[in-house]
Design a protein around this ligand. Structure first.
Ligand code: FAD
Ligand code: SF4
Length: 511
């Protein structure tokens, strides 16, 4: 049967069983579309990264004699819409069957179901063969449970896949979780090797994107684009991480520093989310490297990393498919404010915010703790509407695809799901930021001051947040101690806190 197979921009899985089938009568189709570039304003590097990775994969398939149709963004035949393009291609080429892989986004899943309903030819959908879990596995695992605790899911995954286990039920190293030893501040040592960089000239693609008139945010050096955009690049980032960063990954997982954009983080998320590499091969490479270098690398470093891939990443995907489409509308804390303008400029006197936003604008990257405890923390403390926060996170990061962005942002970071993903809101005053970073040393504000003109904004915002969200949060056992500290503050101090917080929230451009 003459068959058309669709490959979406985040389905660049070289190892999919599709490519082992008899290829006679099979054509693959890729499309760069305004439908995908415009559903939110993306970072310029993200658009370049996706198109470049798609083009590289299409080239790889063509070189192996696969039949490929590729619609570039400015192709006159390109209708810029998935349904319209497919309809046109199918009728022009007389395809008798249409096949696609399960999309990871709800939006595309719905759209493809509708397209298939409207097609008169045979259709079939396949698994992406990428994740450890199926869409419904997490729902089944937590069936009948009130709370969806990640740790239980993660332990089950470790057992199921025999990862870091001494036998069927005992974890290697005697503990499931080394989180407590993963909280060191980085003070200039140990030395951090520079990231595995790429200096690609993407000026041609950049011009095409400009010509198409796609609205973007952020900056790019088009002569020196720095992201992996092929499987080869991605494997090289993975190997580089094993050799250079794994040894200290766990220790400094939560650290922040003015001079370091990546610290010991892997920068693998774009390669993973586009499926250029699989979580299985990442985990296996890490374990192989660890077992070959057991004298040099502690289990806490390795477990810290495995937990992110085997635990958090799969867990977030499961939550997404369990909770969508309602998840996208949740706002349990009823936050209504707008995101301050400086999220698009980094023009703020708060040193921590300046660094986290600058990293995002310049590199379309920020490591986890910058996203969670700096920009996310500030957005929650200033009570920004989760739609606003989602839009920013979904646009600005190279790795931002809704299934993993929304669960991290609306769920983990903004507590808009009322505690499904996080057991308590990830909020802090300036003292946590000071403990984990050197940001406060050269800041315009004084981290030790609670109120008054040059006091750290995070301090008054933190107590004001608890005060104004008492109704929603007081019943949370894990917040008990914070509320009892809040209750010890006298009315005069509370008045000053509220006043200062109000100014910060109402006039963000002054800060
Ligand atoms: P590393 O620190 O080296 O971690 C290794 C890998 O583990 C990552 O590549 C990623 O695949 C996985 N991982 C780590 N933490 C998480 C997590 N919480 N959820 C899912 N996977 C995880 N990650 C995305 O991939 N896309 C997003 O859009 C995204 N948005 C986020 C928004 C917020 C508010 C927060 C707090 C986190 C977000 N994350 C997102 C999770 C995490 O911050 C990024 O995966 C990580 O920073 C990517 O950098 P890295 O590859 O250097 O990660
Ligand atoms: Fe951020 Fe406050 Fe520290 Fe300044 S003093 S860097 S605003 S935490």
């Amino acid at each position: 049967l003459k068959t058309l197979r669709l490959i979406l921009g985040d389905q660049l899985n070289h190892q999919h069983s599709w490519y082992n089938d008899d290829q006679e009568n099979i054509t693959y189709v890729f499309m760069e579309m305004r439908q995908e570039t415009d559903y939110v304003t993306h970072h310029i590097q993200k658009v370049i990264g996706f198109f470049s990775a798609m083009r590289n994969f299409a080239k790889y398939l063509k070189e192996r004699d696969h039949e490929v149709i590729y619609f570039k963004i400015n192709d006159p035949k390109n209708e810029q819409d998935l349904a319209k393009n497919l309809e046109k291609i199918i009728s022009a080429n007389d395809f008798k069957k249409f096949e696609y892989q399960l999309p990871d986004e709800y939006r595309l899943d719905e759209q493809l179901k509708e397209i298939c309903n409207n097609l008169s030819i045979e259709t079939e959908v396949f698994d992406t063969e990428h994740f450890f879990t199926k869409r419904e596995d997490l729902r089944n695992f937590f069936e009948g449970k009130k709370q969806l605790i990640m740790e239980y899911f993660y332990r089950d995954m470790r057992k199921k896949h025999g990862i870091l286990m001494t036998n069927a039920k005992d974890p290697e190293g005697g503990k499931w979780n080394f989180d407590k030893s993963n909280r060191k501040k980085w003070k200039g040592e140990p030395e951090i090797p520079h990231a595995r960089g790429f200096r690609k000239d993407v000026s041609e693609l950049y011009s095409e994107i400009k010509k198409a008139g796609i609205k973007t945010i952020g900056l790019v050096n088009e002569k020196s684009f720095n992201w992996p955009t092929s499987r080869e690049d991605s494997l090289s980032v993975l190997n580089y991480f094993c050799k250079n960063f794994l040894v200290h990954f766990g220790d400094f997982q939560d650290a922040l520093h003015t001079d370091q954009e990546n610290l010991f983080h892997s920068r693998l998320s774009f390669s993973l989310n586009t499926k250029m590499i699989s979580p299985g091969e990442v985990v296996n490479s890490i374990l192989d490297y660890y077992y070959d270098h057991k004298d040099e690398i502690e289990i806490s470093q390795v477990e810290g990393f495995i937990r992110q891939i085997l635990g958090w990443r799969e867990y977030m995907r499961g939550i997404y498919w369990k909770e969508m489409p309602g998840y996208k509308r949740l706002n349990k804390l009823r936050n209504q404010k707008q995101l301050p303008e400086f999220y698009w400029t980094a023009d703020t006197k708060m040193n921590c915010m300046h660094h986290a936003i600058n990293n995002s604008l310049e590199n379309t990257y920020a490591h986890h703790i910058q996203r969670l405890m700096i920009t996310g923390n500030y957005a929650l403390l200033t009570q920004v509407h989760p739609d606003e926060v989602d839009k920013w996170y979904l646009g600005i990061y190279m790795d931002a695809i809704e299934w993993v962005e929304i669960t991290n942002t609306r769920g983990m970071s903004q507590f808009a799901d009322g505690g499904l993903v996080a057991t308590k809101p990830y909020v802090s005053s300036g003292s946590y930021i000071n403990k984990m970073s050197n940001y406060c040393q050269n800041c315009h504000y004084k981290v030790s001051k609670k109120t008054g003109d040059n006091s750290c904004p995070f301090n008054s915002l933190y107590w004001n947040f608890l005060d104004s969200k008492r109704e929603e949060l007081q019943g949370n056992q894990r917040m008990k101690m914070m509320f009892s500290l809040l209750d010890k503050k006298d009315s005069g101090e509370m008045e000053k806190i509220r006043e200062r917080a109000k100014r910060i929230i109402d006039q963000p451009s002054d800060f």
